[in-house]
Each structure stands twice: as structure tokens, then as C-alpha cells.
Design a protein around this ligand. Structure first.
Ligand code: FAD
Length: 646
């Protein structure tokens, strides 16, 4: 890969190079079965998720005990209104969480952590996040992407012994990948780590470092230049946040998550011992992506918490508020929103619990499920919050503080909408998640026919690929014609007072249709397929809906068997599947009937200024100033706002 330098510190990267970097970071092996991967291939492997896997008794007991303590803490010690008002989490709240062991929920007990499973870790995040989303973000950034998880997966024994006990009890960590000029595209990464004796010397600027302002430890992604004895490439390091040469130059403020301690962190000739490198040189992005395989479940877990809260408020408020002669809940337009929130919360919890339990069991590969959960959870979370604001009417738009000031219950509906909005952007934006999941969805096709559509491959490579593809498709395509979904009695065990079996048959048929559509698209667009983002996004969204339907049905059956609200769970699963099927039908329709080509032309017009006249008649309050701040390495010129919490 040739990375030419536009300026001494900033590599310029072509689209192709950016893709190559992303591709190299991808985990390519599939050693374990994957429900979602099979789904995209047209195979509905219900057996991989049903009966719903269950946690071991001792894990559940430990988890429940901790949740009880955490709930008590959240109810008595967290003042969410104060965090919102002061835009800061009080130190005593953070210290209280430390004492509870909440920094080490996922860290093994042998390092002083609580050793919770993914299932209970996620439930804990949902609980804390419902008390205040910025607190959920603090804990999740520390444990899901901060120091503990990459060390657990890739650290040396010495690194684990040194850092995990600190991370479990006292030290807050942050994950530093993004830079002013490096967002979704890490190939542009400009922070450098230059080998020097037994150390690396780090220089560069990192942006939007969640926890960065208060962190004790950092995971930093930096580029090691290639040299003799050094393979080079993007590499991960554990760095002491108080090291000489590190300056937190700004505490950033956002639309939501006002309590977030998010900074701009400058590295100027920061010496980091080689022993602090995580994994080999060049493995940084792979480490980041692998960490996110399960790390991605935290965010949808907090969306589940948000959904539950939205439902509670929607229920209480819409029963109490009377307009036009009856409670607003009974006006059909409002009722539909409540039904959407209830059904979606049920399905989202099903998705997160199922994926988390599968992550704990380690029997299945859940990287696509977790990615789908992140994508779907963040999108649905925002929709639910938006509907809650609407249900609350004018009060939905009013701040909790203002409501309280004039004597009403302080419901932070507008806050939840603001707080949830970032979920569609960070830890992989929706657009990037679409591409990432689509890449996995078409992986089977690329692995058998990839060379056929690669313009750089020779004719003989293409001929070989053609033969391989012929063998694969001769077996695979006929299987997409018929399946269980067409057999009227199939999935009969889901036929109870409410019948979920038609929905599972729909999922089975839908999966085959999805795979057929992907195949047609591959043959139609071949190498250009990767540029068809509208199409790929819809394919992925259909997959997400089918996965959510499957999870909802399987969860309903689990609850029925356990005697916990089985009947109601069936009702909610049924409602969700019916709503979801309408979305799926629309998405299938839009695969081939859409405005994608037209939109591309409109964009060309917009960017070339053809429609600039349309912008007349308004004021742009953003004024002048660069779009992207200068990130030239060098000594800090601003005050250090780093303030570790002790
Ligand atoms: C509150 C907050 C906390 C954060 N915390 C952290 C953190 O702890 N650590 C960290 O490293 N980073 C963090 N980030 C950064 C976050 O992960 C990035 O914002 C995110 O990766 C997107 O990058 P970007 O903002 O530069 O968007 P850009 O990459 O500039 O993208 C702009 C738009 O283009 C779209 N886009 C970009 N590339 C493509 C493509 N190939 N195809 C289709 N669409 C595309 C994006 O989806 C987006 O809509 C945080 C950001 C915020 C705001």
C-alpha cells in the first residue's frame, strides 16, 4: 500500500487504499458457526439460537447479586439532574462506582474484577445508563473499548498482571483512535510511534477521547513507520495518561451526554516502553475490531435500557393525560407509538440478551450479531425516544429542569433523545456498520467468486475463480428455491395461544429471498457492488429485522417455558414481527425500486453548485473557520485540563 504524504504528518489515502486497510483489519476466519452469516446466505439456522441459551446458575446468581447492589446505588447515589445541570459527573459518584467494583465488571476475579458475564455486564450498563446515559458511556468506554478488553484478548501475562488490577478498581481508561482528520477511515491515521531504543516515541493529536479528560490509562492507536526490524503499521499501546508530553487540550461539549469527560489529547514526544505495545506492530486495527466484536453489545444494551424507560413514561403519561375526552393513549395515533415502543423494546432486549449469551458461551461466532445489534439498537433507540417526545407533546420538548421549576414531574424526554443520538455515529456509524456487515454478508460470494470480479486479477485467476464459483453456486442456488418456510405446519412448537410460527416461516423465506437478491446484485454489478451503498444498506437492514424477529420469537418461547409472562411475551413478539414484516416488505421493494441513481445525480448538482440559488434567503451562523482543526504534532500551546479522579 502506498501512503503518500500530503503534509509531513498527514497521509493522503485513496478510496481503494482505505478499503485495503479495512480489509486487512477484518477477521477473515470463520471457525465457529454464525447464525447471522447463515441468514445472509439464505439458511435459517434456528437450531443455533433455539432453545435460547441460558447462563450457568452461579453466573446468574453472581450477576443478580451485583445488579441488586448497583440498583440500590443508582437509586440513592446518582443525581442525574445534577449531572445534566453541571455537565459533569460528581467525583463522589465515580468513586462510589469504583468502590462497587463497577470499573471491573468484566475483568476476571483473579485480577480483582467482578468476573461478570457479558449478559450481566450488559444488564448493568442498561441499568446505570438508564440512571444517567453519560455514566453508562463512562463505564462502557472504559471496559468495552478501553484498556481491559484488548488486554484480556491480546495482552501479555505481564501486561495483564500490571494493568488489569488497576483497571478493575481505581483506574479509568480511554480508547484513542479518532483524530481530527481520521474518523471512519483509519487508513489516514497520522499519530506516529517511532521506535527509539526500548521505547516508542508518540506524536500526534487524538480527538473525542471519551473518558480522556479523567483517564488514568489510555489505549492509543499510532502508526509505526516501517524500518529495519520493524514491520510497522497501525499499532496499539497502553499508555499512562499522566506521562510527560501528554496534554488534554480541550474538554468537548456535545448535543447530549453532557456528563461525558471527552477530550482532545495531544502527544508530544511521549516515551512509551516497548513492553506496553499490545500485540505485534501493525495489529492495532485488528485488535480494535476484535475488541469491538463483543464490545459492540454495550451500546445496544443501553438502548434497551432507554426503551424500557421510554415505555414506562409513555404508559404512565399517556394514561394520565386526557385530551379530547379520553387518555391520549387511546387516540389511535398515540397508541401506535406506544405499541411500537413496547414491541421494539421487547425485540431489542431479545437481540441483546441472545447475542450476549452466545458471546458468553463462545460456541457461535457472534461478530455479525453484535454488529447488527449495534446498528439496529442505535437506530431503534433513537426512534423510540423521538416517539416518546411526541407522545409527551410540548412537555416532550421541555427540559426536566423547567418542568420541575413550574411544578411538574421532571421527565427528561428531550434529554434521552439528545443522549441517544450519538449512538448512530460512534463505535461505527450506521453507514459504516452497513458496509461492514454487508462485507460479511457477501463474503461467501467474494471468497468463491472474488477473483472473477476483481479488475486486477489475471485471466487465469479469473478462469479458476469461475470454475470454483460454478461448483459453489450449482449446490447453493437450488437450495434457495424451497425451504421450511413454505411448509404450512413448520415451526409448530411456536404455535400457542398466539401463533408465532408464521413469523418464523416468514423469516426462513425472507432469508432465502435476501440471499437470492444479494446473488442477483453480485452478478449484475460485480466489482461495482461495493459502491452500491443504498442496496447494501437495505440488505443489511433486512437482515437486522429478520434477526430481531428470530430473537423475539425465541425469547417469547423461553419466557413461556420458564413461566415468566409467556403469554404476554408471545403477544409482544407477535406485535413486533408484524411491525417488522411491514418494514421488511418495504425494504425488499426498495432494493430494486428506489432513487439511488437519481440521488447520485442530485448530489453532483448540489456539489457543483447548480442548486446554490436554493440556499439564498438565510443566514449561516457558523461563520468562518476551518472545517477540520490543525493537528500538526508539536508541543502543547494550551493548558492541560486533565484531571484524574481520586
Ligand atoms: C461523543 C463522542 C464520543 C466519541 N468517543 C470516541 C472514543 O472514545 N474514541 C475514539 O477513538 N473515537 C471516539 N469518537 C469518534 C467517533 O467514533 C467518530 O465520530 C466516528 O467514528 C465517525 O467519524 P467522524 O465523526 O470523523 O465522521 P466521518 O468519518 O467524517 O464521517 C462523516 C459522515 O460520512 C459517513 N461516511 C464516512 N465514510 C463513509 C463511507 N465509506 N461510506 C459511507 N458513509 C461514510 C459517516 O457515516 C458520517 O455520516 C467519539 C465521537 C463523539 C462525538
Amino acid at each position: 500500500m502506498s501512503l503518500m504524504s500530503a503534509t509531513p504528518h498527514q497521509p493522503t489515502v485513496t478510496e481503494r487504499e482505505a478499503r485495503q486497510v479495512a480489509e486487512a483489519a477484518r477477521e477473515q476466519d470463520w471457525r465457529k458457526p454464525s447464525f447471522a452469516k447463515e441468514l445472509f446466505l439464505g439458511r435459517f439456522r434456528l437450531d443455533l439460537i433455539h432453545p435460547h441459551p441460558m447462563p450457568a446458575d452461579e453466573d446468574a446468581q453472581r450477576g443478580e447479586e451485583f445488579l441488586a447492589k448497583l440498583r440500590d446505588f443508582c437509586e440513592t447515589e446518582i443525581d442525574s439532574a445534577r449531572i445534566e445541570r453541571e455537565a459533569r459527573i460528581p467525583d463522589e459518584t465515580v468513586n462510589g462506582l469504583k468502590e462497587l467494583g463497577a470499573l471491573g465488571m468484566k475483568i476476571d476475579t483473579k485480577y480483582g474484577g467482578l468476573g461478570l458475564t457479558q449478559v450481566y455486564y450488559n444488564k448493568a450498563l442498561a441499568l446505570v445508563g438508564s440512571a444517567n446515559p453519560a455514566l453508562g458511556a463512562l463505564l462502557s468506554a472504559h471496559q468495552s473499548i478501553g484498556v481491559p478488553q484488548p488486554l484480556k484478548l491480546f495482552g501479555t501475562q505481564e501486561q495483564k498482571d500490571t494493568y488489569l488490577p488497576r483497571c478493575a478498581r481505581t483506574d479509568i481508561s480511554a480508547f484513542l483512535l479518532t483524530e481530527p482528520d481520521v474518523g471512519s477511515d483509519p487508513a489516514r491515521l497520522a499519530t506516529t510511534a517511532v521506535p527509539d531504543g526500548d521505547d516508542y516515541v508518540l506524536d500526534g493529536v487524538k480527538l473525542w477521547t471519551t473518558n480522556g479528560v479523567v483517564a488514568d490509562l489510555l489505549v492509543v492507536m499510532a502508526r509505526v513507520p516501517k524500518s529495519e526490524g520493524h514491520k510497522g503499521g497501525i499499532t496499539a499501546f497502553v499508555v499512562e495518561a499522566g506521562s510527560e508530553g501528554i496534554t488534554v487540550e480541550n474538554r468537548n461539549a456535545f448535543m447530549g451526554l453532557r456528563g461525558l469527560e471527552n477530550g482532545v489529547t495531544r502527544f508530544h514526544q511521549v516515551r512509551v516502553p516497548a513492553a506496553n505495545r499490545i500485540g505485534p506492530e501493525g495489529a492495532g486495527l485488528k485488535i480494535a475490531l476484535t475488541t469491538l466484536n463483543t464490545g459492540r453489545l454495550s451500546l445496544p444494551a443501553m438502548c434497551v435500557g432507554a426503551g424500557k424507560w421510554c415505555l414506562k413514561i409513555a404508559r404512565e403519561w399517556s394514561a394520565a393525560r386526557e385530551q379530547w375526552g379520553k387518555p391520549v393513549a387511546f387516540h389511535e395515533a398515540v397508541g401506535a407509538k406506544i405499541s411500537f415502543i413496547a414491541a421494539t423494546t421487547f425485540a431489542l432486549e431479545a437481540v441483546v440478551d441472545l447475542s450476549s449469551q452466545m458471546a458468553d458461551e463462545n460456541r457461535n461466532d457472534i461478530r455479525i450479531e453484535a454488529a447488527l445489534a449495534k446498528l439496529y439498537g442505535s437506530e431503534m433507540g433513537c426512534l423510540m425516544a423521538d416517539e416518546l417526545v411526541q407522545i409527551r407533546g410540548g412537555r416532550g420538548f421541555e427540559t426536566a429542569e423547567s418542568l420541575a421549576a413550574r411544578g411538574e414531574r421532571a421527565v427528561p424526554a428531550e434529554q434521552i433523545l439528545r443522549d441517544l443520538r450519538i449512538n448512530r455515529i460512534f463505535e461505527g456509524s450506521t453507514e459504516i456498520m452497513h458496509l461492514l456487515i454487508a462485507r460479511e454478508a457477501v463474503d461467501a460470494h467474494l471468497s468463491v467468486a472474488g477473483d472473477l470480479i476483481d479488475p486486477d486479477k489475471s485471466l487465469s485467476d479469473k478462469a479458476k475463480a469461475g470454475a470454483n464459483a460454478g461448483v459453489f453456486y450449482a449446490k447453493w442456488l437450488p437450495k434457495l428455491v424451497a425451504g421450511q418456510g413454505q411448509i404450512p405446519g413448520a415451526y409448530g412448537e411456536f404455535r400457542r395461544e398466539v401463533d408465532l410460527s408464521p413469523h418464523l416461516r416468514y423469516v426462513e423465506r425472507g432469508a432465502r429471498k435476501l440471499a437470492r437478491s444479494t446473488f442477483y446484485a453480485m452478478s449484475r454489478w460485480q466489482g461495482r457492488m461495493e459502491t452500491k451503498q443504498g442496496f447494501l444498506g437495505r440488505i443489511v437492514d433486512i437482515g437486522a429485522e429478520l434477526f430481531a424477529m428470530s430473537a423475539a420469537c425465541v425469547r417469547a418461547e423461553l419466557l413461556r417455558k420458564e413461566g415468566d409472562h409467556g403469554r404476554e411475551a408471545y403477544q409482544l413478539a407477535d406485535a413486533f414481527c408484524r411491525q417488522s414484516r411491514i418494514r421488511v416488505e418495504e425494504l425488499f421493494g426498495r432494493l430494486w425500486s428506489n432513487t439511488d441513481d437519481l440521488d447520485r445525480k442530485v448530489v453532483e448538482g448540489v456539489l457543483s453548485g447548480t442548486y446554490a440559488w436554493l440556499e439564498e434567503g438565510v443566514i449561516d451562523p457558523s461563520g468562518e473557520g476551518p472545517w477540520i482543526a490543525d493537528a500538526t504534532p508539536g508541543a502543547a500551546k494550551r493548558e492541560n485540563v486533565h484531571r484524574p479522579i481520586r
